[in-house]
Design a protein around this ligand. Structure first.
Ligand SMILES: [Zn+2]
Length: 328
């Protein structure tokens, strides 16, 4: 377990307030920048029996050993429940009240080692209303020695009372080169292109399965045809993707179609700049804007999983209609 290279400044910043560290910290910043990794590092540090001068965990004591084994009895992580049932479409994951109740029991136990206990909630956005209210009660009267580390991509969507019980600690966007180097070390293929598509957030990269689905979609975006669209919609439907995922790919594609028109390089799909330029020349700017509006209206409904195939077909046919010269 190590501090991520782009989190050094944030760590220094936290070190300066070490003596006044609040019992609840809310780590904020865009999705995929490593908030959970930072929280884990901080948890290890709070629990370490011989922390270093810079407050980083020693990596050698019993507590650090437990952390590395993911078996620390004084550390509890609450994550959103993933829908494991393969026959069901992927749903928006939630943290439910039962999980928070268990956590409250845990927080009231006495600590095994250092006298401290650490609770991590990742992401706090996933708490449903009942769970958030239950958590609020314990944050209002926190047991001695318990630290709560929450993280959130959308802190303004949290219950305001919950947010106000935490000290907000924004984490920095990764430096591009550092992120790229780190991804290379992790063995990520095409790290450049993948990091670009993820908007520079190294933990938001598409996994291998998603990359495959994305390639399928890109093929039809590059060369739209009715038959191709029907085929893609069927394939992505079979992969049970939430509509939000292809919508986000398409949204970024549209962004790039708009910028290449002004001779600027594609931001999300840099490897496709030339192809995007070729496509952009065939589309009227007004039609592109109207299609963009149409897409924006659908984005909020992206977690709906009903009729993915029909929804995809509709939006991709509208995309194809941007090219008047399209042969059917
Ligand atoms: Zn240690």
């Amino acid at each position: 377990m190590r501090l991520l290279p782009w989190q050094q400044d944030n760590w220094q910043q936290l070190m300066r307030q070490w003596q006044q560290l609040p019992h609840a910290l809310l780590l904020t910043g865009p999705h995929g920048i490593g908030k959970a990794a930072f929280a884990e590092q901080l948890a290890a540090s709070l629990l370490c029996e011989r922390p270093r001068d810079d407050h980083l965990p020693c990596g050698a004591c019993q507590s650090c050993h437990w952390m590395l084994q993911n078996s620390h009895p004084d550390f509890r992580v609450l994550r959103a429940d993933e829908e494991e049932d393969k026959d069901k479409p992927r749903k928006l994951a939630q943290i439910k009240i039962e999980a928070v109740r268990d956590l409250i029991d845990f927080a009231h136990l006495s600590a095994h080692r250092s006298g401290r206990r650490v609770v991590m909630i990742d992401p706090a956005d996933a708490l449903n209303m009942a769970a958030a209210n239950a958590l609020l009660k314990i944050l209002e009267e926190p047991p001695e020695g318990v630290h709560f580390l929450l993280s959130s991509d959308h802190p303004h969507a949290l219950l305001p009372t919950l947010r106000s019980r935490c000290r907000v600690f924004p984490l920095s966007m990764p430096d591009w080169q550092q992120a790229l180097q780190w991804l290379d070390q992790q063995g990520v293929k095409q790290a450049d292109a993948e990091l670009a598509l993820a908007g520079g957030a190294p933990f938001a990269l598409d996994d291998a399965e998603l990359v495959k689905q994305r390639e399928v979609l890109l093929k039809v975006l590059l060369s739209p045809s009715v038959l191709g669209i029907l085929d893609v919609a069927q394939q992505l439907d079979r992969a049970r993707l939430p509509f939000a995922i292809p919508l986000a790919w398409l949204d970024k594609w549209l962004h790039d179609l708009a910028v290449v028109r002004y001779q600027r390089p594609a931001r999300f799909y840099p490897n496709y700049t030339a192809a995007l330029q070729g496509l952009a020349e065939r589309i009227s700017p007004i039609a592109l804007m109207q299609f963009h509006d149409q897409l924006q209206q659908r984005l909020p409904f992206g977690q709906h999983t009903l009729n993915l195939r029909l929804q995809l077909e509709a939006i991709l046919l509208a995309y194809a209609a941007l090219f008047p010269s399209l042969s059917h």
